[in-house]
Design a protein around this ligand. Structure first.
Ligand code: GLA
Ligand code: GLA
Length: 679
């Protein structure tokens, strides 16, 4: 791709000066005696490691007291890494404030909704809105940036660490003050705020901004718009911290790109990364597999969404695990082959660097049972040999560095506002999971062997997609309703679900019948929702079963087809799935939760008007996931065997860049990458 596309990405260079994929880990040398450091560099070289993230939790070591600084050890390790040819993504070290700071300034500690202090003892115990914390953090950033601006090992800045991992919601007085400032900016006047928050309800009308609080522990459901705005504010408060550190870095070291590690994974929902992504020079993500029936679908979903928020530019996988984590109820080791397959699935979705938490498994501390690149057993271990092998594979994949993900024909929209709003309290059901519904659609697509992009609902050019799936698109402002209507009128095929189009950006219901903002587009009208009790299902006449939700649908459009009806339950014989045809496009509605299996039954019918089908042979659909990257000369086709069995995969053209594929069979858990020249 063009140089502008990737110019800020810290590509390591090979001996011939060409780009390599990044490979490495968080490196925490302060946990080890000096003798181990030289050994670390030797083993890193053996594994092909070329990038490490350094000093993430080093604040107490770098600044042992308010006016005492100790950079000697960091100088030494930076020099050592540079001599070993290893680039450093240097942390600003602000993630975990040292004991002297929290002792002198307990007012930086976060406060829960119930008014409890979050004490030091773990990490990230700081209020995003504390001016005192901000001042101390920026002082440290200034010191580090000044000292290391010209160090030859420095390749990128790593702001803080997983902003919001433990401190996204703070209800302190600092937060209250900052929330009011944020609200003044959003609403300007109290009248506008009172309207937006619907404060006529329960006598909540404000006559002064100073009366407003975060949604602290209350006797019943706090105001829903206050809750939604507090979520938006909390994401913005962390982003504001990111920007404050970034400004110091940009001023002192403008030549060095800046990133911070996002957590696009599973249910991590506090940070609107679609909104943050434009603020960093390249997007970085952390991902951990949470074992379960859809675990590898979720990995693919998260990697895919990371690419979506990165505008399909290459992104940096800052952390994942070589094997077990330490924070699950039971921490499963990865099976043979999973280490490489998990990593390469991220690469398939646009990661141009593959890094782990962490380099050397800790002997002490809360993460001593978390896997690493060098395990407790040492270099003479299967795990380290797998790490070395992956390094070789990544070396072989050097030609793909800088290539972009090839867009799919199908998009699944993902929207933080809808996620936040649809799962709030005092709703028709408390069982709804926004993320699970989105993942179910993606799982169904994967099981049919159909490639899709997961993209943010706002700011994505929808018109390039033949099919747009918008699961539980709950918050639909007027502008989005218009965009979706234009999309369908322009020939697009929209699919949406229950509880979509229900409210505007203030969480006010669109009146006149559901799904409010999308009612005319879909050609249906719903007078009352029909959520189902936990465990109850209804049967549809297409041999699928619905759970969670049903709707009492009346068809209002003349051109609406009923794709499935309820066969039992309160909506018996009424429509369950509808599709309205416009001159050129279609708009379909699925009124119940079908789960991944049911959606796989329905999807071919939903995709048919767009002519979207699988590119894979029948037997490979499901066990094999494909993803494609491309540059000016080549397409790179990733074939990922998701199963533990060999899969017959004949006639896939191309030169095998990495992995084992003989033109007939893809071995169990294998990832093969084929290069196909485009000219
Ligand atoms: C997060 C953190 C790391 C480490 C890992 C463990 O990703 O950023 O410091 O705690 O979790 O999985
Ligand atoms: C109680 C209250 C009402 C309303 C209903 C809702 O009866 O008095 O104001 O909240 O509950 O069920």
């Amino acid at each position: 791709m063009t140089s502008a596309h990737t110019s800020r990405f810290p590509y390591p260079k090979g001996g011939d000066g060409t780009r390599r994929l990044g490979y490495g880990a968080d490196y925490n040398p302060e946990q080890w005696p000096r003798e181990v450091w030289a050994e670390d560099v030797r083993l890193m070289r053996e594994a092909g490691v070329n990038t490490v993230s350094l000093a993430i939790f080093s604040w107490a070591r770098l600044q042992p007291a308010e006016d005492t600084w100790d950079f000697g050890w960091l100088d030494e390790i930076m020099d050592l890494l540079h001599a070993g040819g290893i680039g450093v993504d240097l942390a600003t070290a602000t993630a975990s404030p040292p004991p002297w700071l929290t002792t002198a300034h307990p007012e930086i500690l976060p406060v829960t909704a119930a008014g409890e202090t979050v004490w030091p003892g773990a990490r990230q115990h700081w209020r995003p809105t504390s001016p005192v914390f901000r001042e101390h953090a920026l002082r440290l950033v200034t010191k580090l940036a000044t000292r290391y601006a010209d160090h030859p090992a420095l390749v990128a800045w790593h702001i803080n660490n997983e902003l919001g991992c433990h401190n996204v919601y703070d209800f302190s007085d600092d937060a209250a003050r900052a929330f009011r400032t944020w609200l003044r900016r959003r609403y300007t006047t109290l009248g506008t705020l009172n309207h937006a928050w619907g404060t006529a309800f329960w006598s909540q009308r404000y006559s002064d901004f100073d009366q407003i609080l975060p949604p602290r522990l209350a006797g019943s459901h706090p105001n829903p718009t206050q809750q939604l705005d507090f979520k938006r504010f909390s994401s913005d408060a962390l982003k504001d911290h990111l920007l404050a550190e970034r400004e110091v870095l940009r001023e002192l070291t403008p030549q060095t790109p800046v990133t911070t590690n996002f957590m696009v994974m599973g249910g991590t929902k506090g940070m609107d990364y679609a909104d943050w992504a434009g603020e960093v020079d390249f997007v970085s993500n952390d991902h951990y597999v949470i074992p379960g029936p859809q675990d590898r679908d979720e990995l693919s979903f998260s990697a895919n969404l990371t690419s979506g928020i990165a505008g399909h530019r290459p992104w940096f996988l800052m952390e994942h695990s070589t094997s077990a984590v330490n924070w699950q109820p039971v921490n499963l080791a990865k099976a043979p082959g999973e280490l490489a397959r998990d990593s390469l699935l991220h690469v398939a979705h646009g990661a141009d660097a593959v890094c782990y938490f962490q380099w050397r498994q800790s002997a002490a501390g809360a993460e001593k049972y978390h896997s690493a690149m060098v395990p407790h057993a040492g270099e003479d271990s299967e795990l380290f040999r797998s790490v070395v092998n992956l390094g070789r594979t990544l070396e072989a994949l050097a030609p793909i560095a800088g290539s972009a993900r090839e867009p799919a024909r199908v998009a699944v929209l993902f929207d933080w506002d809808s996620w936040w709003a649809s799962e709030q309290d005092s709703h028709p059901t408390s069982l709804l999971s926004y993320h699970r519904e989105a993942l179910d659609w993606y799982s169904a697509l994967l099981s049919l062997g159909i490639r899709a992009d997961i993209v943010p609902a706002h700011g994505t050019g929808l018109s390039s997609y033949d099919v747009v799936i918008a699961p539980v698109l709950h918050v639909v402002p007027q502008t989005l309703a218009k965009e979706l209507t234009r999309y369908v009128e322009g020939g697009g095929h929209l699919v949406t679900t229950y509880f979509s189009g229900t409210v505007d950006e203030n969480d006010h219901v669109w009146l006149g019948g559901y799904p409010g903002a999308l009612r005319d587009l879909l050609g249906i009208r719903i007078e009352e929702f029909g959520p189902l009790p936990e465990g109850e299902t209804v049967t549809l006449d297409n041999a699928t079963a619905g759970s969670l939700w049903t709707d009492r649908i009346t068809v209002t459009g003349t051109d609406v087809e009923i794709l499935a009806r309820y066969e039992d339950g309160a909506q018996c014989a009424r429509p369950a799935v509808t599709r309205r045809a416009t001159d050129r496009g279609t708009a379909a509605y699925v009124s119940t939760r079908l789960g991944a299996e049911g959606l796989a039954v329905l999807l071919p019918e939903l995709l048919a008007p767009a002519g979207v089908t699988s590119e894979l042979p029948a037997g490979a659909r499901g066990p094999v996931e494909t993803a494609v990257r491309r540059d000016a000369e080549n397409r790179y086709v990733f074939l990922v065997n998701r199963s533990d069995e060999p899969v017959a995969l004949p006639d896939m053209a191309g030169e095998v860049l990495a992995g084992t594929y003989d033109g007939t069979v893809l071995p169990p858990r294998e990832v093969a990458v084929l290069r196909q020249p485009t000219s």
